[in-house]
Structure formats: structure tokens, C-alpha cells
Ligand binder design. Structure first.
Ligand code: SAM
Length: 287
């Protein structure tokens, strides 16, 4: 049997009409309609038959179909109950796809993925892109790579380097856990309805080791948070948002050998690690 490819304007229109689906802006429903984009995402995921994949938001099954055709075992979490009966039909031919109804930020992912390594592949709902990416990265789950469609601006922030306008806490976190690169820019016309902005597919292979040595991730990320708390201020000043005394801030900077008159947005991951480590060591001495 030849399966019709969902990723085309005609098929997506037809399915939505047949099931009476009005796309919800609130849920970030912009469905893919370009097969070439689906193929690029699946290629970047480097899937082998039997690999476990977690998909966030299958929609009407457009990307899910491409993932299923790779032979991977796909678990797709969809929040919109209306789409469940659509997915039952559009993915009927694939016994390697499992649809879970729920909010990806609330479901028990370790249990869902059987505590085994998996890849995350998704055309993410844009209203919660950052919370989804951050909660997956911070979860310490055995994720091998993330391949996700996000707004191009978010993808640029994820790969941004120190001293640039786009560089922020998201850049540091993503680059700490992964080695990200942009796979392809995707124009609005690749979706139905077309979003207002250009999107991008970003591939984030997880690192086996962090790129910098940190004594404590909590302290490292505390330094990062302080570094971007008030972008226009010097680091010495933004460190005050942590509630530390002036003396303690000076001691941390001296120990880390960092010039506090610089702005946090100029710091490399290495420099944030130096600050976090100095802070951690001084706290240990104070105990
Ligand atoms: N994968 C489909 C595609 O590429 O055409 C749909 C992608 S659409 C951008 C995002 C999907 O995520 C929608 O189907 C939406 O209902 C779903 N969604 C939104 N919030 C969600 C959440 N918190 N958990 C799971 N799915 C969610």
C-alpha cells in the first residue's frame, strides 16, 4: 500500500477539513506542509530502525509520519485532545508510533521512554519553546540529541557567541549541554497557517562531557543568571542581584581573576565556570 504523504498543502487542508480542525494559535499550531523540511529534520536526527524518539506535538502527524518511516519507535505527546482521532487515522499504518495525550511539561518522560536513551525530534509549539528545551536539558535524561524547529531568532540565541546581542543564559545552557548547529532556515510558507516569522531547524547533539569543568552546576548557573540579570550593568553590579555582600562579590571576582567592570554578556563559558567555581570554593571555606 502506498501511504499518502501528509506533508503537502493539499493533504493538510484535506485532513483539517475532514475532521473539522481549526488550528489553535494558543497551542502554537502551525502544521508543516513541506516534505523536504520533514526529510531534513529526519536526516538530522540520524535515526536507525529501533531508535527511540520522543516527539513533542505531533499535530496531525506530518513529521511523525517521516519519523515512523525511518523505522524508529516514536512516542508522540500531544496536548490537543481533538487531534487524537485525527492521528488515529493519519498514522494508522504505523505500528511503531505511540500517541500519548498530555502536556509534555507534565508527563513522566523517564517512564514514557522506559529509562533508555532516546532522541527528541519536534516542530515545537513556539509559545513554550524555551521551557521545553530547558526542562529536557536540565532533566539529565539519557537524551542523545535534540532536533527541533524553533523560531529562527531562538535558534540564533542558542548558538550565539559571547559579546553578541543574541548571547544570553539560553546560549550558555544550550552550549554547556550540547554542541548546537543550525540545519536549515525554514520560511513561513512551509507551514499552515504561515507564522509571522522565519523558523529554523536546530540540531543539538548532547555532549558526553561538559565543555568546561565546574565544581557545581548550581553555582555555575547561578553565575550565569547573575551575568544576564541586568545586561547594561557591569558584572560587579549585576552580582548584587544574588544578595551577596560587596566584599563577597569582590572576593569571588578576585579568586576567579575576573575583571568585574566587564559585562556578563562578554563572558565565555570558561569564565562563568571560573566565577561559579570561585563562589563555590569560598562558600565551602565559609562553612
Ligand atoms: N508536528 C506537527 C507538524 O510539524 O506539523 C505539529 C507542530 S505544531 C508547531 C505544535 C504542536 O504541539 C501542536 O500540535 C500543538 O497542539 C502541540 N502542543 C502545544 N503545546 C503542547 C504541550 N504543552 N505538550 C504537547 N503538545 C503540545
Amino acid at each position: 500500500m502506498i501511504e499518502s504523504v501528509i506533508a503537502s498543502p493539499e493533504v493538510v487542508h484535506y485532513i483539517c477539513k475532514r475532521f473539522g480542525i481549526q488550528m489553535s494559535k494558543k497551542l502554537g499550531q502551525n502544521f508543516l506542509i513541506k516534505r523536504t523540511v520533514v526529510d531534513k529534520i529526519v536526516q538530522a536526527a540520524e535515526l536507525d530502525a529501533g531508535d527511540a524518539v520522543l516527539e513533542v506535538g505531533p499535530g496531525i502527524g506530518t513529521l511523525t509520519q517521516g519519523l515512523a518511516q525511518s523505522g524508529a519507535n516514536v512516542t508522540s505527546v500531544e496536548l490537543d485532545r481533538r487531534l487524537l482521532e485525527v492521528l488515529d487515522t493519519t498514522l494508522e499504518a504505523y505500528d511503531n508510533v505511540r500517541i500519548i495525550h498530555g502536556d509534555v511539561l507534565k508527563v513522566n518522560i523517564p517512564e514514557l521512554m522506559d529509562h533508555k536513551p532516546f532522541k527528541v525530534v519536534a516542530n515545537l509549539p513556539y509559545y513554550i519553546t524555551t521551557p521545553i528545551i530547558m526542562s529536557l536539558l536540565e532533566s539529565k535524561l539519557p537524551i542523545e540529541r535534540l532536533v527541533v524547529m524553533v523560531q529562527k531568532e531562538v535558534a540564533e540565541r542558542m548558538i550565539a557567541k559571547p559579546g553578541t546581542k543574541m548571547y544570553g543564559a539560553l546560549s550558555v545552557a544550550v552550549q554547556y549541554y550540547t554542541d548546537p548547529y543550525i540545519v536549515i532556515d525554514v520560511p513561513p510558507k512551509a507551514f499552515l497557517p504561515a507564522p509571522e516569522v522565519t523558523s529554523a531547524v536546530i540540531c543539538c547533539p548532547l555532549r558526553s562531557e561538559p565543555p568546561v569543568k565546574v565544581h557545581s552546576e548550581a553555582y555555575f548557573f547561578r553565575a550565569v543568571k547573575a551575568g544576564f540579570a541586568q545586561r547594561r550593568k557591569t558584572f560587579s553590579n549585576t552580582m548584587k542581584t544574588t544578595g551577596l555582600s560587596k566584599e563577597k562579590i569582590e572576593a569571588i571576582l578576585a579568586k576567579a581573576n575576573i575583571d568585574g567592570s566587564r559585562r556578563g554578556e562578554t563572558f565565555t563559558l570558561d569564565e562563568f565556570a571560573l566565577i561559579g567555581n570561585a563562589w563555590y570554593e569560598l562558600d565551602q571555606e565559609d562553612k
